[in-house]
Design a protein around this ligand. Structure first.
Ligand SMILES: Nc1ncnc2c1ncn2[C@@H]1O[C@H](COP(=O)(O)OP(=O)(O)OP(=O)(O)O)[C@@H](O)[C@H]1O
Ligand SMILES: CC(C)(CO)[C@@H](O)C(=O)NCCC(=O)O
Ligand SMILES: [K+]
Length: 249
């Protein structure tokens, strides 16, 4: 069994797959290293043979999590590293090491799945878009605040925007003009994300006509789905790229 980890800025997504056929025997989302170890250890009949990880965290945080995994489960951790080119995709950054590894693996996974030009839009703590041309050239992308960051900036920098998580969730049953603070903020931020998605799709269309595939991923992808009706929602897109970047046997 292989432990797969996607360490984002706010959450760690994990899953355990069987090495032979890649069937999934467990997975989840946790908000700390300790919660990760507890959740993985709680899987029945766990016998890990390896671990692969992508991290956008600092070197220190990443190596301390690797040490914890090794101490807890006795497996080496294979951490995905930046490269200029892999699986037919060429990194488009001036300095390829600066491109976020979650973005790079998402682009690898998408191009592998689509086999043609693709646009990957990932709605996590940050929202990001990446363009890969039909010949595998990564053209670059965009980064902007995701839902959690937009929300918290408004809450932090205004005196009178205050609401709890439960009312935030209720506010998203519609996108009609808000009639309360919580509705106005939550729906306004969702419309920002949808506008981001629509603009990227327009740009892809200007370059590629209709010959491209849109992938939506990240925890907040469902909020944007209606703005991208033809998109494929692939929650585990980063894991697809991770398996390509860190093959284990
Ligand atoms: N089951 C879930 N657990 C945690 N967050 C969730 C869940 N479902 C949806 N979300 C939402 O997903 C968002 C976080 O997305 P994600 O986990 O992709 O971010 P991240 O990987 O930490 O960030 P980034 O990829 O930008 O570094 C939050 O806004 C959160 O509310
Ligand atoms: C943009 C984030 C924070 C999204 O997780 C991550 O991909 C990252 O830290 N990237 C490095 C900066 C860049 O991609 O240009
Ligand atoms: K991530």
């Amino acid at each position: 069994m292989i432990l797969e980890l996607d360490c984002g800025n706010s959450f760690i997504k994990w899953r355990v797959i069987h090495a032979a056929d890649a069937t999934i025997s467990g997975g989840g989302i946790v908000d700390s290293d300790q919660a990760l170890v507890a959740a993985v250890a709680g899987l029945s009949s766990l016998s890990l043979t390896g671990c692969r990880m992508v991290s956008v965290r600092s070197e220190e945080e990443t190596s301390s999590l690797c040490a914890l995994i090794q101490a807890s489960f006795g497996v080496e951790v294979n951490v995905a590293q930046p490269v200029q080119e892999m699986a037919g995709v060429r990194n488009g950054y001036d300095d390829y090491q600066r491109l976020g590894m979650d973005r790079w693996l998402g682009a690898l996974g998408a191009y592998h799945l689509a086999g043609r030009a693709c646009l990957v839009i990932d709605f996590g703590t940050a929202a990001k878009a990446d363009f890969v041309a039909a010949n595998g050239e990564h053209l670059g992308g965009y980064i902007c605040p995701g839902m959690p960051l937009m929300r918290s900036q408004l809450r932090t920098h205004t005196r009178r925007i205050r609401y709890d998580d439960a009312s935030a969730e209720r506010a998203l049953n519609s996108l009609a003009p808000g009639r309360s603070t919580v509705e106005a903020v939550e729906r306004g931020c969702v419309l920002m994300l949808q506008g981001f998605a629509r603009t990227q799709i327009e740009q892809a269309r200007a370059m590629w006509g209709e010959d491209f595939t849109v992938f939506l991923t990240g925890g907040d992808a469902p909020l944007v789905q209606e703005a991208a009706p033809k998109a494929r929602i692939v929650p585990d897109l980063v894991f697809v790229g991770l398996a390509m970047a860190c093959p284990l046997n």
